[in-house]
Structures are given as C-alpha cells and as structure tokens.
Design a protein around this ligand. Structure first.
Ligand code: DC
Length: 227
C-alpha cells in the first residue's frame, strides 16, 4: 500500500522539520520540493538570468536537469549531476526560487519528477502546491501555517545558531515578500486545498505538531500503529 502525505504552507511554518519527523516515524520517503525549485534558482543565478524576464528564465531552465537521491536518509539534490544540496539555503537562492517558481516552464519541469516519486513509494512531500496541483489525490493533506512573526523569529534563531549575522526586521520583510509572491502568482499559487486540514503552529512545539499530524494521518487512513 502506497500512501501520499501532502504538506503545504508558507516559508518558515516548519514544514520540512515536521515532514522529516513524520517520514521517519512512518518509514516513508521525505520529498522536499522547495529544494528542487532552489536547485533551478541556483542554475538561473549561475547563468546570470534575469528573474523578471520570463523568456530568459524559461530558456535557462531548459539546460537544468534536477534529480534527487538519498544518502543516509537525507535528500540530496543533483543539478546536472552535481550535488548542490549545500548551496541551496542562501537568501539569494530563496528569493530566486520564489521568483523562478512563478514561471510555467520551471513548474512543468518539476511536476513529473514530483509525481513520479510519489507514484513509486509512500512519501511525505512538502511545498506550496502539493495538495492542490501535484498530488490532488493525496491520502492526507495538511496546510501548515504560522504567523509571520513566529516564522520570522524561528528563522532568526536558526541563522543566529549558525553564527550568521541577521536583522530580525529584514528577515520578516523577506518572508512576507516571499509569501506575497508565492500566494499571488498565476500558476499554482500557494493556497489551502479544500480538503486539507489547517494546522497553525504559531504556539505549538515541533513535538506537538508532529504528534498532531501523525494523529491526522492515522485518523484519515484508518491505520492504527506504524504503517
Ligand atoms: O519551501 P522552500 O522555502 O524551500 O521553497 C522555496 C521556493 O520555492 C518558495 O518560495 C516557492 C517555491 N516552491 C513552489 O513554488 N512550489 C513548491 N511546491 C515548493 C516550493
């Protein structure tokens, strides 16, 4: 039996942390679709493509082959065969990923890769349009959100822990700008699927959100213990 769990929501809501926990618990594969958009963004940046020029983005993305593999349970992203996993988390890549993700050629390129992964095995897949577009038939759909203050604060703590200098106000502005772009683009905008369960993690711990999502999964699929 193959199960698909779709988790969508804005930047910094905790999707990847929670999705990883659930995947580990249920022994499913975790698929981080944002990392795929980030790999394309890295390619666009390396090519010097102007994110605002949709022809240039479409053309540059034709020479980007993205694939994923797993090492020690961690998702590795390959861009034209090169492991770029460690290059994907900069603010520059975050911004370009959000800009590039509004381009139909970029989305089309990644859609079949995402669907094929979910068809082959049980997955917990996170992103912006998984429940609405990529896996409309997913067994469980979650819309995980949190206030922009809570999300910016988490990102601030994350960067501080890494020893990177950061301005909390700047982080919040970046997050809100990205939300606005992801929610208002024409193609596959971020929105809650009609049959998705809304979970607001603003005042919840990681453990609480993980437990709540596992409970929802078991309730929806009628699976008692581990799958
Ligand atoms: O989840 P993330 O922050 O790594 O995603 C980076 C960007 O990629 C995000 O701002 C929007 C885009 N994205 C998307 O449009 N659709 C997805 N399924 C996943 C990410």
């Amino acid at each position: 039996m193959i199960y698909n769990i779709a988790i969508d929501g804005p930047a910094g809501a905790g999707k990847s942390t929670i999705a990883k926990n659930i995947a580990r618990e249920l022994q499913f594969i975790y698929v981080d679709t944002g990392a795929m958009y980030r790999a394309i963004a890295l390619h666009l940046l390396r090519k010097g493509a102007d994110g605002g020029d949709s022809e240039a983005v479409a053309s540059a993305c034709r020479s980007a082959e993205v694939s994923i593999t797993y090492r020690g349970g961690e998702q590795i992203v390959l861009l034209n065969g090169e492991d770029v996993t460690s290059c994907l988390r900069t603010e520059e890549v975050s911004r370009m990923a959000s800009v590039g993700a509004a381009n139909p050629a970029v989305r089309e390129k990644l859609l079949s890769l995402q669907r094929n992964l979910a068809a082959a095995q049980s997955v917990v897949m996170d992103g912006r349009d998984i429940g609405t577009t990529v896996l409309p038939g997913a067994d469980v759909k979650i819309y995980l959100t949190a206030s922009s203050e809570a999300r910016a604060h988490r990102r601030y703590l994350e960067l501080k822990e890494k020893g990177e200098s950061c301005d909390p106000e700047e982080i919040r502005r970046e997050i809100e700008e990205r939300d606005l772009r992801d929610m208002n683009r024409e193609i596959s905008p971020l929105r809650q699927a009609e049959d998705a369960v809304l979970v607001d993690s603003s005042n919840m711990t990681i453990e609480e959100v993980t437990a709540e999502l596992l409970r929802i999964f078991r309730e929806k699929t009628g699976t008692g213990g581990s799958v």
